[in-house]
Design a protein around this ligand. Structure first.
Ligand SMILES: Nc1ncnc2c1ncn2[C@@H]1O[C@H](COP(=O)(O)OP(=O)(O)OP(=O)(O)O)[C@@H](O)[C@H]1O
Ligand SMILES: [Mg+2]
Length: 277
């Protein structure tokens, strides 16, 4: 059994005329990083809400570490195990001091003072925000706010970090701050990550990609496998990462580039060609 298992999951919002998710199945292993992409309204946020039991499938099952979201007696545990960070940095911080905000989750689960302090230290260090523990959240940049929001989630020691377009409202620098933190948590702390994003370059950080379209899981594979199917992606209203597009344009213009995927590869390949000139 995989760490996260979604089996034939359907979800329809009350009063809605069609299913937001229709028969979605996928699995995520512990420590894996899954990116979820799809056009607007394809069901990505619905999937995020189902994962931590905020919503219940109308049919099918979703389980994390064997805890089914249908098991009401373990719903509290499931919510603790699956931490969700949302899109808007201004909606997620409630306290007037950073450390109080991070303490909120641990206080809610009734931890002792000493343990709460340790968790705040750990969580703020993990997102590189130790220096800001006494700061006012309202004074922080978007990227810093999102890092504090991630720290708040980490402080409850979740097994899975779910990000629902958590970089969408950030400037490029803020985005990089957040994606670097998420990458580090995944690679160094073994955190299982499920990240919904519409930035194709962020998808390259993931081990695997799930593509949703009209509530169905239509593609699944490594970023390379997914992005090599450009026509299919276009059908689902998705693009390839910018470095890949640039490389294609250069190739059309006659530059003999090999297949490019990330900006690092594009940089290396261009340097290689320039050295030959
Ligand atoms: N609270 C709700 N009540 C009724 N229908 C909803 C609700 N939230 C979402 N939907 C519908 O469910 C479907 C999936 O929405 P969802 O928000 O999961 O998509 P999404 O992929 O996250 O979209 P976006 O890229 O815009 O964030 C859409 O058709 C949407 O209109
Ligand atoms: Mg959404």
């Amino acid at each position: 059994m995989s760490f996260i298992e979604a089996k034939n999951v359907y979800y329809r919002y009350p009063q809605a005329e069609k299913d937001a998710l229709c028969g979605v199945s996928f699995a995520v292993e512990k420590g894996e990083y899954l990116a979820v992409i799809g056009h607007n309204g394809s069901g990505k946020s619905t999937l995020a809400r189902l994962l931590n039991g905020l919503l219940q499938p109308t049919e099918g099952e979703i389980a994390v570490d064997g805890i089914s979201s249908a098991d009401k007696s373990r719903l509290f545990e499931l919510r603790r195990r699956v931490g969700v960070v949302f899109q808007n940095p201004d909606n997620q911080l409630i306290a007037s001091v950073v450390e109080d905000d991070v303490a909120f989750g641990p206080e809610n689960i009734g931890l002792k003072r000493e343990e709460i302090k340790e968790r705040i230290d750990f969580a703020l260090a993990a997102v590189g925000m130790e220096e800001y523990r006494k700061a006012m959240p309202s004074r922080l940049s978007g990227g810093q706010k999102q890092r504090v929001a991630i720290a708040g989630v980490l402080a409850i020691r979740p097994d899975v970090l779910v990000l629902d377009e958590s970089t969408a409202m950030l400037d490029p620098r803020g985005r990089r701050e957040v994606t670097d933190v998420v990458k580090k948590l995944n690679r160094e702390n073994g955190m299982t990550v499920l990240a919904v994003t519409h930035y194709m370059d962020e998808v390259c950080d993931a081990d695997r990609v799930l593509v949703l379209s009209d509530g169905a899981a239509v593609m699944e594979g490594t970023p390379r496998e997914i992005f090599s199917q450009k026509e299919k992606l276009q059908k689902y209203e998705l693009d390839v990462p910018v470095p890949m597009r640039i490389a294609e344009l250069l190739k059309e213009g006659g530059m003999p580039l090999k297949e490019i995927f990330t900006k690092e590869e594009l940089g290396e390949e261009l340097c290689r060609l320039l050295r030959k000139i």
